[in-house]
Design a protein around this ligand. Structure first.
Ligand SMILES: CC(C)(COP(=O)(O)OP(=O)(O)OC[C@H]1O[C@@H](n2cnc3c(N)ncnc32)[C@H](O)[C@@H]1OP(=O)(O)O)[C@@H](O)C(=O)NCCC(=O)NCCS
Length: 328
Protein backbone atom coordinates (compact mmCIF):
# COMPACT_ATOMS: atom_id res chain seq x y z
CA UNK A 1 0.00 0.00 0.00
CA UNK A 2 1.26 3.46 -0.86
CA UNK A 3 0.18 6.61 0.97
CA UNK A 4 -1.26 8.02 -2.24
CA UNK A 5 -4.61 7.65 -3.92
CA UNK A 6 -5.69 8.93 -7.36
CA UNK A 7 -8.80 11.06 -7.03
CA UNK A 8 -10.92 12.74 -9.68
CA UNK A 9 -10.42 16.48 -9.32
CA UNK A 10 -12.11 17.55 -12.56
CA UNK A 11 -14.20 16.29 -15.46
CA UNK A 12 -15.25 17.73 -18.82
CA UNK A 13 -16.87 16.68 -22.05
CA UNK A 14 -17.46 17.92 -25.57
CA UNK A 15 -20.23 16.79 -27.92
CA UNK A 16 -20.63 18.12 -31.44
CA UNK A 17 -23.80 20.15 -32.05
CA UNK A 18 -24.88 18.26 -35.17
CA UNK A 19 -27.42 15.47 -34.58
CA UNK A 20 -28.09 12.38 -36.68
CA UNK A 21 -31.50 10.96 -35.77
CA UNK A 22 -32.89 7.50 -36.46
CA UNK A 23 -35.18 9.05 -39.02
CA UNK A 24 -32.15 10.62 -40.75
CA UNK A 25 -30.55 7.16 -40.89
CA UNK A 26 -33.70 5.61 -42.36
CA UNK A 27 -33.08 7.82 -45.40
CA UNK A 28 -29.58 6.38 -45.82
CA UNK A 29 -30.13 2.65 -45.17
CA UNK A 30 -33.04 0.19 -44.85
CA UNK A 31 -33.85 0.78 -41.19
CA UNK A 32 -36.36 2.64 -39.03
CA UNK A 33 -36.68 4.41 -35.70
CA UNK A 34 -38.67 1.57 -34.11
CA UNK A 35 -36.05 -1.11 -34.91
CA UNK A 36 -33.12 1.00 -33.73
CA UNK A 37 -34.89 2.12 -30.54
CA UNK A 38 -36.01 -1.40 -29.60
CA UNK A 39 -32.72 -3.12 -30.43
CA UNK A 40 -30.30 -0.51 -29.10
CA UNK A 41 -32.03 2.25 -27.10
CA UNK A 42 -30.45 4.86 -29.38
CA UNK A 43 -32.61 7.74 -30.66
CA UNK A 44 -29.91 10.01 -32.06
CA UNK A 45 -26.18 10.49 -32.03
CA UNK A 46 -23.88 13.52 -32.43
CA UNK A 47 -21.70 13.74 -35.48
CA UNK A 48 -18.66 15.85 -36.28
CA UNK A 49 -19.07 18.72 -38.71
CA UNK A 50 -16.28 19.53 -41.16
CA UNK A 51 -13.50 21.08 -39.09
CA UNK A 52 -14.35 19.03 -36.00
CA UNK A 53 -12.51 15.82 -35.12
CA UNK A 54 -10.97 13.79 -32.33
CA UNK A 55 -8.40 16.49 -31.47
CA UNK A 56 -11.00 19.24 -31.11
CA UNK A 57 -13.26 17.06 -28.92
CA UNK A 58 -10.29 15.94 -26.81
CA UNK A 59 -8.92 19.48 -26.37
CA UNK A 60 -12.27 20.99 -25.42
CA UNK A 61 -13.06 18.18 -22.96
CA UNK A 62 -9.55 18.53 -21.49
CA UNK A 63 -9.91 22.30 -21.08
CA UNK A 64 -13.26 21.83 -19.31
CA UNK A 65 -11.80 19.13 -17.04
CA UNK A 66 -8.83 21.34 -16.10
CA UNK A 67 -11.19 24.24 -15.37
CA UNK A 68 -13.35 22.12 -13.09
CA UNK A 69 -10.21 20.85 -11.33
CA UNK A 70 -9.02 24.42 -10.84
CA UNK A 71 -5.73 23.51 -12.50
CA UNK A 72 -3.72 24.98 -15.37
CA UNK A 73 -2.16 22.89 -18.14
CA UNK A 74 1.30 23.47 -16.64
CA UNK A 75 0.23 21.45 -13.59
CA UNK A 76 -0.15 18.29 -15.69
CA UNK A 77 2.54 15.63 -15.45
CA UNK A 78 1.11 13.33 -18.12
CA UNK A 79 -1.60 13.23 -20.80
CA UNK A 80 -3.17 9.94 -21.92
CA UNK A 81 -5.71 9.89 -24.73
CA UNK A 82 -7.77 6.76 -25.35
CA UNK A 83 -8.99 6.57 -28.92
CA UNK A 84 -9.38 4.24 -31.90
CA UNK A 85 -10.03 7.17 -34.22
CA UNK A 86 -6.87 9.20 -33.62
CA UNK A 87 -6.47 12.60 -35.25
CA UNK A 88 -3.69 11.09 -37.41
CA UNK A 89 -2.22 7.59 -37.56
CA UNK A 90 0.95 9.19 -36.24
CA UNK A 91 1.79 11.03 -33.98
CA UNK A 92 -0.36 10.35 -30.92
CA UNK A 93 -3.42 12.56 -30.49
CA UNK A 94 -2.37 13.08 -26.83
CA UNK A 95 0.77 14.94 -28.03
CA UNK A 96 -1.38 17.24 -30.14
CA UNK A 97 -3.72 17.84 -27.19
CA UNK A 98 -0.67 18.87 -25.14
CA UNK A 99 0.32 21.36 -27.83
CA UNK A 100 -3.24 22.71 -28.02
CA UNK A 101 -3.06 23.34 -24.25
CA UNK A 102 0.17 25.30 -24.73
CA UNK A 103 2.45 22.55 -23.37
CA UNK A 104 5.77 21.66 -24.96
CA UNK A 105 7.45 19.12 -22.67
CA UNK A 106 4.66 17.19 -20.89
CA UNK A 107 4.73 13.48 -21.79
CA UNK A 108 1.73 12.26 -23.76
CA UNK A 109 0.62 9.04 -25.40
CA UNK A 110 -2.45 7.33 -26.82
CA UNK A 111 -4.08 4.12 -25.69
CA UNK A 112 -5.76 1.88 -28.24
CA UNK A 113 -8.18 -0.40 -26.42
CA UNK A 114 -11.39 0.63 -28.21
CA UNK A 115 -14.43 0.97 -25.94
CA UNK A 116 -12.35 -0.13 -22.93
CA UNK A 117 -9.69 2.50 -23.71
CA UNK A 118 -10.72 5.07 -21.14
CA UNK A 119 -10.67 2.53 -18.30
CA UNK A 120 -7.32 1.19 -19.54
CA UNK A 121 -6.01 4.77 -19.32
CA UNK A 122 -7.49 5.26 -15.82
CA UNK A 123 -5.83 2.02 -14.72
CA UNK A 124 -2.43 3.29 -15.91
CA UNK A 125 -2.86 6.87 -14.71
CA UNK A 126 -3.85 5.76 -11.22
CA UNK A 127 -0.82 3.44 -11.05
CA UNK A 128 1.48 6.36 -11.95
CA UNK A 129 -0.12 8.48 -9.23
CA UNK A 130 -0.32 5.81 -6.53
CA UNK A 131 3.38 4.94 -6.90
CA UNK A 132 4.25 8.61 -6.36
CA UNK A 133 5.63 9.29 -9.83
CA UNK A 134 3.05 11.84 -10.98
CA UNK A 135 0.71 14.30 -9.29
CA UNK A 136 -1.80 15.26 -11.98
CA UNK A 137 -2.68 13.11 -15.00
CA UNK A 138 -5.14 14.12 -17.70
CA UNK A 139 -7.08 11.12 -19.00
CA UNK A 140 -9.11 11.62 -22.17
CA UNK A 141 -11.41 9.44 -24.26
CA UNK A 142 -12.24 10.97 -27.65
CA UNK A 143 -13.54 9.60 -30.93
CA UNK A 144 -14.77 10.55 -34.39
CA UNK A 145 -16.29 7.17 -35.20
CA UNK A 146 -18.61 8.59 -37.85
CA UNK A 147 -15.53 9.01 -40.08
CA UNK A 148 -14.81 5.24 -40.05
CA UNK A 149 -18.39 3.97 -40.16
CA UNK A 150 -19.91 2.67 -43.37
CA UNK A 151 -23.17 4.53 -43.98
CA UNK A 152 -24.21 1.75 -46.35
CA UNK A 153 -24.00 -0.90 -43.58
CA UNK A 154 -27.19 -0.76 -41.49
CA UNK A 155 -25.86 -3.18 -38.89
CA UNK A 156 -23.11 -0.78 -37.79
CA UNK A 157 -23.89 2.79 -38.88
CA UNK A 158 -26.83 3.07 -36.47
CA UNK A 159 -24.63 2.46 -33.45
CA UNK A 160 -21.93 5.08 -33.32
CA UNK A 161 -21.48 8.76 -32.52
CA UNK A 162 -18.71 11.30 -31.91
CA UNK A 163 -17.48 13.22 -28.87
CA UNK A 164 -14.92 13.43 -26.12
CA UNK A 165 -14.69 13.29 -22.34
CA UNK A 166 -11.84 13.88 -19.91
CA UNK A 167 -10.96 13.59 -16.25
CA UNK A 168 -8.07 14.95 -14.21
CA UNK A 169 -6.76 12.38 -11.76
CA UNK A 170 -4.72 13.90 -8.94
CA UNK A 171 -2.59 12.65 -6.09
CA UNK A 172 -4.29 12.72 -2.69
CA UNK A 173 -3.48 11.39 0.74
CA UNK A 174 -7.13 11.05 1.70
CA UNK A 175 -7.59 7.35 2.48
CA UNK A 176 -10.30 5.30 0.74
CA UNK A 177 -11.00 7.92 -1.92
CA UNK A 178 -10.39 7.96 -5.66
CA UNK A 179 -9.66 4.81 -7.64
CA UNK A 180 -10.34 2.03 -5.14
CA UNK A 181 -9.87 -0.77 -7.67
CA UNK A 182 -9.42 -1.23 -11.40
CA UNK A 183 -8.64 -4.10 -13.75
CA UNK A 184 -7.96 -4.50 -17.47
CA UNK A 185 -8.15 -7.59 -19.72
CA UNK A 186 -7.73 -8.63 -23.35
CA UNK A 187 -8.28 -11.61 -25.62
CA UNK A 188 -6.85 -10.96 -29.08
CA UNK A 189 -8.35 -14.18 -30.39
CA UNK A 190 -11.54 -12.22 -30.91
CA UNK A 191 -9.99 -9.41 -32.97
CA UNK A 192 -12.09 -10.28 -36.04
CA UNK A 193 -15.35 -9.44 -34.26
CA UNK A 194 -14.65 -5.74 -34.62
CA UNK A 195 -11.86 -4.15 -36.61
CA UNK A 196 -10.92 -1.38 -38.99
CA UNK A 197 -8.53 -1.71 -41.90
CA UNK A 198 -6.21 -0.30 -43.20
CA UNK A 199 -2.99 -0.96 -41.33
CA UNK A 200 0.48 -2.37 -41.80
CA UNK A 201 -1.02 -5.72 -42.79
CA UNK A 202 -3.23 -4.21 -45.47
CA UNK A 203 -2.25 -0.69 -46.47
CA UNK A 204 -4.86 1.55 -48.04
CA UNK A 205 -5.45 0.91 -51.72
CA UNK A 206 -7.95 1.95 -54.36
CA UNK A 207 -9.30 -1.65 -54.37
CA UNK A 208 -9.87 -1.46 -50.62
CA UNK A 209 -11.79 1.77 -50.98
CA UNK A 210 -13.82 0.50 -53.95
CA UNK A 211 -14.93 -2.52 -51.91
CA UNK A 212 -15.57 -0.31 -48.82
CA UNK A 213 -13.14 -2.43 -46.77
CA UNK A 214 -11.56 0.70 -45.27
CA UNK A 215 -14.61 1.10 -43.01
CA UNK A 216 -15.17 -0.49 -39.61
CA UNK A 217 -16.37 -4.11 -39.74
CA UNK A 218 -18.44 -5.52 -36.91
CA UNK A 219 -20.05 -8.81 -35.94
CA UNK A 220 -22.67 -7.34 -33.67
CA UNK A 221 -24.26 -10.57 -32.47
CA UNK A 222 -20.93 -11.97 -31.22
CA UNK A 223 -20.01 -8.68 -29.56
CA UNK A 224 -23.44 -8.60 -27.94
CA UNK A 225 -22.91 -12.00 -26.27
CA UNK A 226 -19.36 -11.12 -25.26
CA UNK A 227 -20.52 -7.81 -23.74
CA UNK A 228 -23.31 -9.41 -21.67
CA UNK A 229 -20.93 -12.02 -20.24
CA UNK A 230 -18.14 -9.57 -19.48
CA UNK A 231 -20.48 -6.96 -18.01
CA UNK A 232 -21.60 -9.46 -15.39
CA UNK A 233 -18.08 -10.75 -14.71
CA UNK A 234 -16.71 -7.22 -14.31
CA UNK A 235 -19.40 -6.30 -11.79
CA UNK A 236 -18.81 -9.51 -9.77
CA UNK A 237 -15.03 -8.96 -9.89
CA UNK A 238 -15.33 -5.36 -8.67
CA UNK A 239 -17.60 -6.37 -5.78
CA UNK A 240 -15.43 -9.27 -4.64
CA UNK A 241 -12.11 -7.38 -4.96
CA UNK A 242 -13.31 -4.27 -3.09
CA UNK A 243 -15.50 -6.12 -0.59
CA UNK A 244 -18.25 -3.62 -1.35
CA UNK A 245 -21.89 -4.65 -1.58
CA UNK A 246 -24.12 -3.51 -4.39
CA UNK A 247 -25.82 -1.09 -1.98
CA UNK A 248 -22.47 0.64 -1.45
CA UNK A 249 -22.40 1.54 -5.15
CA UNK A 250 -24.25 4.78 -5.86
CA UNK A 251 -24.16 4.51 -9.62
CA UNK A 252 -23.04 2.03 -12.26
CA UNK A 253 -21.56 3.94 -15.18
CA UNK A 254 -21.36 1.39 -18.00
CA UNK A 255 -19.97 1.77 -21.48
CA UNK A 256 -22.98 2.90 -23.52
CA UNK A 257 -23.02 -0.10 -25.86
CA UNK A 258 -26.67 -1.11 -26.08
CA UNK A 259 -29.57 -0.48 -23.71
CA UNK A 260 -30.55 -4.17 -23.86
CA UNK A 261 -27.09 -5.17 -22.61
CA UNK A 262 -27.29 -2.67 -19.74
CA UNK A 263 -30.85 -3.77 -18.90
CA UNK A 264 -29.94 -7.45 -18.83
CA UNK A 265 -27.06 -6.79 -16.42
CA UNK A 266 -29.24 -4.66 -14.14
CA UNK A 267 -31.94 -7.32 -14.18
CA UNK A 268 -29.47 -10.01 -13.16
CA UNK A 269 -28.33 -7.82 -10.27
CA UNK A 270 -31.94 -7.21 -9.30
CA UNK A 271 -31.41 -3.48 -9.67
CA UNK A 272 -33.63 -0.84 -11.25
CA UNK A 273 -32.47 0.78 -14.49
CA UNK A 274 -32.04 4.06 -12.54
CA UNK A 275 -29.03 2.58 -10.75
CA UNK A 276 -27.14 2.76 -14.07
CA UNK A 277 -26.25 5.99 -15.80
CA UNK A 278 -27.68 5.90 -19.31
CA UNK A 279 -27.32 8.50 -22.05
CA UNK A 280 -27.12 6.16 -25.05
CA UNK A 281 -30.41 7.56 -26.39
CA UNK A 282 -28.68 10.91 -27.04
CA UNK A 283 -25.20 9.93 -28.14
CA UNK A 284 -25.11 6.28 -29.25
CA UNK A 285 -21.85 4.43 -28.69
CA UNK A 286 -18.90 6.84 -28.58
CA UNK A 287 -16.37 4.07 -27.78
CA UNK A 288 -13.54 5.38 -25.56
CA UNK A 289 -15.42 8.65 -25.02
CA UNK A 290 -18.56 6.98 -23.69
CA UNK A 291 -17.62 6.55 -20.00
CA UNK A 292 -15.90 9.93 -19.46
CA UNK A 293 -18.85 11.72 -21.11
CA UNK A 294 -21.27 9.76 -18.90
CA UNK A 295 -19.18 10.42 -15.78
CA UNK A 296 -19.07 14.15 -16.51
CA UNK A 297 -22.85 14.26 -17.03
CA UNK A 298 -23.53 12.19 -13.89
CA UNK A 299 -21.47 14.64 -11.80
CA UNK A 300 -23.02 17.71 -13.39
CA UNK A 301 -26.54 16.31 -12.88
CA UNK A 302 -25.78 15.62 -9.21
CA UNK A 303 -26.22 11.86 -9.60
CA UNK A 304 -22.73 11.46 -8.17
CA UNK A 305 -21.50 13.58 -5.27
CA UNK A 306 -18.36 13.65 -3.15
CA UNK A 307 -18.07 10.39 -1.22
CA UNK A 308 -20.29 8.40 -3.60
CA UNK A 309 -18.89 5.25 -5.20
CA UNK A 310 -19.18 4.80 -8.97
CA UNK A 311 -18.59 1.45 -10.68
CA UNK A 312 -17.53 1.60 -14.32
CA UNK A 313 -17.46 -1.30 -16.77
CA UNK A 314 -16.40 -1.39 -20.41
CA UNK A 315 -15.88 -3.94 -23.21
CA UNK A 316 -15.03 -3.67 -26.86
CA UNK A 317 -12.72 -4.42 -29.76
CA UNK A 318 -9.55 -6.33 -29.08
CA UNK A 319 -11.34 -7.96 -27.50
CA UNK A 320 -10.81 -5.89 -24.38
CA UNK A 321 -12.69 -5.37 -21.14
CA UNK A 322 -12.06 -3.36 -17.98
CA UNK A 323 -13.59 -2.01 -14.78
CA UNK A 324 -12.92 0.68 -12.20
CA UNK A 325 -14.41 1.49 -8.82
CA UNK A 326 -13.97 5.13 -7.89
CA UNK A 327 -15.03 7.01 -4.76
CA UNK A 328 -15.76 10.53 -5.96
C1 LIG B 1 -25.79 -4.62 -33.65
C2 LIG B 1 -26.99 -5.01 -32.81
C3 LIG B 1 -27.79 -3.78 -32.41
C4 LIG B 1 -27.89 -5.92 -33.62
O1 LIG B 1 -29.00 -6.33 -32.83
P1 LIG B 1 -29.44 -7.86 -32.84
O2 LIG B 1 -30.65 -7.97 -32.01
O3 LIG B 1 -28.23 -8.67 -32.43
O4 LIG B 1 -29.83 -8.08 -34.34
P2 LIG B 1 -29.26 -9.16 -35.36
O5 LIG B 1 -27.85 -8.82 -35.75
O6 LIG B 1 -29.52 -10.51 -34.77
O7 LIG B 1 -30.21 -8.91 -36.59
C5 LIG B 1 -31.60 -9.21 -36.54
C6 LIG B 1 -32.21 -8.84 -37.87
O8 LIG B 1 -32.28 -7.40 -38.00
C7 LIG B 1 -31.67 -7.00 -39.22
N1 LIG B 1 -31.02 -5.71 -39.01
C8 LIG B 1 -29.72 -5.45 -38.69
N2 LIG B 1 -29.55 -4.13 -38.59
C9 LIG B 1 -30.73 -3.55 -38.83
C10 LIG B 1 -31.18 -2.21 -38.88
N3 LIG B 1 -30.34 -1.17 -38.62
N4 LIG B 1 -32.46 -1.96 -39.16
C11 LIG B 1 -33.32 -2.96 -39.41
N5 LIG B 1 -32.96 -4.25 -39.39
C12 LIG B 1 -31.68 -4.54 -39.10
C13 LIG B 1 -30.67 -8.09 -39.53
O9 LIG B 1 -30.39 -8.10 -40.90
C14 LIG B 1 -31.40 -9.30 -39.07
O10 LIG B 1 -32.31 -9.71 -40.07
P3 LIG B 1 -32.49 -11.28 -40.41
O11 LIG B 1 -33.01 -11.89 -39.14
O12 LIG B 1 -33.46 -11.23 -41.52
O13 LIG B 1 -31.12 -11.74 -40.77
C15 LIG B 1 -26.54 -5.75 -31.52
O14 LIG B 1 -26.08 -7.03 -31.85
C16 LIG B 1 -25.47 -5.02 -30.75
O15 LIG B 1 -25.72 -4.00 -30.13
N6 LIG B 1 -24.22 -5.58 -30.74
C17 LIG B 1 -23.11 -4.99 -30.07
C18 LIG B 1 -22.70 -3.72 -30.75
C19 LIG B 1 -21.23 -3.52 -30.82
O16 LIG B 1 -20.50 -4.35 -31.30
N7 LIG B 1 -20.73 -2.37 -30.36
C20 LIG B 1 -19.37 -2.02 -30.48
C21 LIG B 1 -18.47 -2.65 -29.48
S1 LIG B 1 -18.83 -2.23 -27.84
Amino acid sequence: MTPYSAIITGTGSCLPEKRLTNDDLSKLVDTNDEWITQRTGIKERRIASPGESTLSFASKAATAALKSAGLEPKHLDLIICATVTPELSMPATACMVGASLGLSTTPAFDVSAACSGFLYAVHMASAFIECGRYKNVLVIGAETLTRVVDYQDRSSCILFGDGGGAVVLSRSQEPKRGVLYSSIHADGNGWEYLYTLPGARTPISSEMIASRQHFMRIRGREIFKFAVTRFNELIDDAMSKTGLGIDDIKLIVPHQVNLRIIDSAMERLGLPREKAFINIEKYGNTSAASIPIALDEALRQGRLKKGDVALMVAFGAGLTWANAVIRI
